[in-house]
Design a protein around this ligand. Structure first.
Ligand SMILES: [Fe+2]
Length: 459
């Protein structure tokens, strides 16, 4: 009897092992596969110019570009009024799977506040077009930036139009922040799409980006290409070990950037870095940007990131946590003051991508949005920080809240968006089981919160 039992156990074990092998083989490319790439033509002149911040000072800028496959003498011509100076650029050749390309970075420091500069990149005597940017105007006492979550545009997609429209509608915006996954995949073709997406935007306003999982090469251990910090060049000087972390002081705010894609020990290093930065921060407003939401709207995901960072968010009074990755909109006022009033931190998840995910409707969150692209403006000044969320297609206001400081110095939150109806439009594919389940979850959510809803699912 024992021998029969042992045999049955062995057969079951073997069947499970075979099933596991088949499943891994079927999923191998999804988890670990990187499609091959065609060789790319090098750029004859300075191309893919990108303006961003440099060190942690609001009056720093880095400008990166790409040209040819070998290093040539290169500089940035910077003009202010009738003065023009040449700033030497440093170059580095990076070989992607498409071939070699030379990347350059010019570092501008100690710029003048409230000043308009023009610049162009020059490599081997060949120049880019002239571009302009404006430095922070402290006398205004207030500044704004625009945030987008994942963009991951399709080739020839709409992101450039949406971003340019968003900037035109909010001319007070001084820089842009992306919550990672700006690029669909780390390939030349998708990087080219990204530069189309940010064309005419990221040359005139600093563009701050965090790493997302799509920025990494897939593999058993995922790898970030050197190209990423060569483009978002503040990381060249700010990274800790090979953790892409960065902090920026801007007006009365400090922004902290994390790389949430990493394995446990890297996240631990980032935790130590974040704690050190928060401890010495003198900023009135603290904003954290990372790709993976600390509180997921796709079930119990990202628990390691929550365990690593959330206690610091609460201990050091971070006001706003800007996140992406889950391709929907969600907002949670996560703190409570001693009298029961809503308080910081505010957690938001957002995206501006053509891809929409099927989410869970976690009751902690105060507001959701699905089947749409969004962007946010964050405006900081005096004793208030306001965040407004817009439908990226119509530019209609979708959500709004204000953080204000009371006479005890507590950072409380007023929900200004609770009466704006939520978008629950969803058309399920009748042959798709996951779609059907999601439609059911939406219906249940609508039943629980009829007061929040604009439209319902179509069957
Ligand atoms: Fe992602």
């Amino acid at each position: 009897m024992k021998t029969v039992r042992r045999k049955i156990t062995k057969i079951i074990g073997l069947l499970i092992f075979v099933a596991l092998c088949v499943w891994v083989a079927m999923r191998w490319n999804v988890w670990f596969g990187n499609p091959p790439e065609e060789p790319a033509q090098p750029f004859a002149g300075p191309s893919h110019v990108l303006l961003t911040f440099g060190d942690s000072d609001e009056l720093s800028r880095n400008i990166s570009w790409q040209c040819d496959t070998v290093i040539h003498p290169s500089s940035l011509q910077l003009a202010c009024g009738s003065d023009t100076v040449n700033i030497e650029a440093t170059g580095e050749v990076f070989a992607s799977r498409c071939g070699r390309a030379a990347y350059y970075v010019a570092r501008l420091r100690h710029l003048k506040p409230d000043t308009r500069y023009s610049y162009r990149a020059v490599t081997d005597g060949k120049a880019s077009p002239w571009y302009c940017f404006q430095t922070h105007q402290p006398h205004r006492g207030r500044f704004s930036f625009l945030f987008v979550g994942d963009v991951q545009d399709t080739i020839g997609g709409e992101a450039n139009r949406l971003l340019r429209e968003a900037c035109a509608r909010h001319p007070q915006v001084e820089f842009l922040v992306c919550g990672g996954d700006l690029t669909e995949r780390p390939t030349n073709q998708h990087w080219a799409e990204t530069f189309r997406d940010i064309d005419s935007v990221a040359q005139s306003m600093p563009f701050l980006n965090v790493t997302g999982n799509h920025d990494y090469f897939k593999g058993v251990i995922r790898k970030l290409e050197r190209r990423f910090p060569l483009v978002f060049s503040y990381f060249l000087d700010s990274k800790v070990g090979d953790n892409m972390v960065y902090t920026l002081n801007y007006g009365s705010a400090q922004i902290f950037v994390l790389d949430s894609n990493r394995e446990f020990f890297h996240l631990w290093t980032q935790r130590q870095w974040l704690e050190e930065q928060l401890e010495k921060s003198q900023a009135k407003w603290k904003i954290l940007v990372l790709h993976h939401p600390l509180y997921s709207i796709k079930g119990n995901n990202n628990l390691i990131q929550r365990w690593m960072f959330d206690d610091l968010v609460r201990q050091y009074g971070v006001d706003l946590v800007l996140q992406g990755h889950e391709h929907a909109y969600a907002r949670w006022i996560g703190g409570t003051y001693k009298n029961g009033a809503p308080a910081v931190p505010v957690y938001t998840i957002s995206h501006c991508s053509p891809k929409n995910y099927r989410i869970e409707f976690d009751e902690r969150f105060n507001k959701f949005g699905i089947s749409c692209r969004y962007y946010q403006t964050v405006s900081v000044g005096g004793d208030t920080l306001t965040m407004a969320t817009y439908d990226a297609n119509t530019h209609a206001l979708y959500d709004s809240l204000m953080v204000f400081i009371n006479h005890h110095g507590a950072h409380l939150v007023e929900d200004l968006g609770k009466d704006i109806p939520e978008n629950m439009d969803f058309t399920p594919d009748p042959t798709n089981k996951k779609d059907k389940k999601f439609a059911k979850r939406i219906q249940e959510y609508v039943t629980r919160h009829p007061e929040r809803i604009k439209t319902t699912t179509k069957n």
